[in-house]
Design a protein around this ligand. Structure first.
Ligand code: FES
Ligand code: FES
Length: 212
């Protein structure tokens, strides 16, 4: 049987101990909803300074959303999706799977496509967040939103805000994407109604018009 020279335990037993210890520690943090600030995962940083612990009670969170500063008091365990929907009333961003697999909750963080259900709101502090409400309004639709209507690129519409956000980011980076590039651009967005073909046509329509 292989023995570990540091612990003096058989390798197999040492593995079990480390896993149990890790799970115990992780569960304690999850159970009370506290968050260690970034860089503090090891408990004490290299200079021997104890990390700040945020929570579990509410803390002040200022986010830059759609070119405005929004302030709220919320637990640091609040996801960006919950903060946008429940605290700021930005319900265009949808919650479907709530686990980072469907793309319904897509927003832009400094121009990058992000699933807001899988990010803590406090991790978005200092970034420019754009939601579907920041892309266009019913009175002033973006070219791409207009294209979704023209090409009939939605059925139930539940995936549509996330699709529009992803396609907006795509056209920002590549104003003339080909069909494969459009498919890649929406690869993280699931449409249960199957509107993919019309979404591709909407992007091409907006692209031909030189818009986004
Ligand atoms: S709700 Fe966020 S990815 Fe599905
Ligand atoms: S239009 Fe219904 S899920 Fe996409």
């Amino acid at each position: 049987m292989a023995m570990n020279p540091e612990s003096g335990l058989p390798d197999e037993q040492r593995e079990k101990v480390s896993r149990r210890t890790f799970i115990k520690g992780a569960s304690a943090v999850a159970a009370v909803g506290v968050v260690q600030i970034p860089g503090a995962a090891a408990g004490i940083d290299k200079a021997g300074v104890e990390p700040d612990i945020l929570g579990p009670g509410p803390v002040s969170i200022r986010l830059r959303v759609n070119r405005s500063d929004l302030d709220v008091e919320a637990p640091p365990s609040t996801t960006l999706l919950d903060l946008l929907r429940d605290h700021h009333g930005l319900t265009g961003t949808k919650r479907v799977c709530d686990r980072g697999s469907c793309g319904a909750c897509t927003v832009l963080i400094d121009g990058r496509v992000v699933d807001s259900c899988s990010m803590l709101a406090i991790d978005a502090i200092g970034s420019e967040i754009t939601t579907i409400e920041g892309i266009g309004t019913p009175e002033n639709l973006s070219d791409l939103q207009q294209a979704f209507i023209e090409t009939d690129a939605l059925q139930c519409g539940f995936c549509t805000p996330g699709m529009v956000v992803s396609c907006t980011a795509l056209l920002e980076q590549n104003p003339s994407p080909d069909r494969d590039q459009i498919r890649q651009g929406i690869a993280g967005n699931i449409c249960r109604c199957g509107t993919y073909q019309n979404v591709i046509e909407a992007v091409e329509y907006a692209s031909r018009k030189g818009g986004k």
